[in-house]
Design a protein around this ligand. Structure first.
Ligand code: SF4
Length: 306
């Protein structure tokens, strides 16, 4: 048996399911039962009747799966170096400071945050629903963190006053992209449609054909008549779109805005680690009960918004 067959056998024996984020390496995407962005995986985690969830992604995603499935075993194939740096940019002391300054403003946090941060929020959001989440709130001023670029994206789509917290918060991968990158790639592929993730700078957002979450990008490419696309997000998404195109027997030209837009934390998972994870049932995500309850309210409130 090869490693993929062994993983599938273990999965069946243990009634396990593998959830993988769109930025995972190609070989991991291929063995996943469900592939998606944070919102899609949150929904899948809530719906699954598996006993074990193996989460191939970064720390906050596996935590979200645990928050929504406190009775299930949630495992990560790796625990070292899988901490999303942005998810740790809103610790409790920073939140307390802003809460004191804006006592009447609800706090919206990106799902790319730790369980502790979510537990202090009124509601969570993803890049696929951030504007809808903010528009659903009965308040004129909203605290929004930790991604300042996503806050800009939301500000453009709502009449509310958005206070981005903390200053300078954001994703190091998406901050790499510059207007020079766009000019360089666009001069080579002048007819390509430009898809930019809302974690990218305001300037890039303003110069995109579409500003979309990763799931939005997948749908845009699959449903479009266009043949060439410049992809302004982590390069792993190109594998995901190619897998979907393959299923439809189609090919399109997908050009990374930068070849080196790589999230190191997302690339720590390997097939060998997934197999070991299933065999030894480690590393298990454990969270405090009270944190789970409070964070769950913030996530479930988001999931109610259509
Ligand atoms: S791409 Fe950015 S936000 Fe996403 S996991 Fe990596 S560091 Fe975190």
């Amino acid at each position: 048996m090869d490693i993929v067959e062994r993983i599938n056998k273990l999965k069946e024996e243990k009634n396990a399911v593998i959830l993988a984020h769109n930025y995972q390496p190609k070989e991991i995407q291929k063995i996943a039962d469900f592939l998606g962005d944070s919102l899609e995986l949150c929904i899948k985690a809530k719906e699954t009747d598996a006993d074990i969830i193996v989460f191939c992604g970064v720390d906050f995603m596996a935590e979200s799966a645990k928050i929504l499935n406190s009775d299930k075993k949630v495992l990560m194939p790796e625990i070292e170096g899988v901490q999303c740096p942005m998810a740790h940019q809103l610790p409790s002391e920073v939140i307390k400071k802003y809460r004191e300054e804006y006592p009447d403003a609800p706090l919206v946090v990106y799902v790319n945050t730790t369980a502790e941060t979510k537990a202090m929020a009124d509601i969570t959001c993803t890049s696929a629903n951030a504007d809808r989440v903010v528009n659903s709130l009965d308040a004129d001023t909203v605290l929004f963190g930790p991604d300042n670029n996503l806050a800009y994206y939301v500000q453009k789509r709502t009449d509310k006053k958005i206070i981005p917290i903390p200053e300078g918060g954001g994703c190091y991968v998406h901050k790499k992209f510059t207007m020079d990158d766009l000019k360089r790639v666009k001069s080579k592929y002048p007819n390509a449609k430009v898809l930019i993730h809302p974690e990218c700078s305001p300037e890039l957002q303003e110069n995109a054909d579409y500003v979309l979450s990763t799931s939005g990008m997948v749908k845009a490419v699959l449903n479009s008549e266009d043949e060439e696309f410049i992809i302004g997000t982590e390069v792993g998404l190109i594998n995901r779109i190619e897998l979907e195109l393959e299923k439809l027997g189609k090919t399109k030209k997908l050009i990374p805005l930068r070849e080196d837009a790589i999230c190191n934390e997302m690339k720590k998972i390997t097939l060998e680690k997934v197999e070991r994870c299933l065999l030894e049932e480690r590393y298990e995500i454990k969270l405090d009960k009270e944190i789970i309850e409070r964070a769950k309210n913030a996530i479930e409130r988001m999931l109610e918004i259509k």
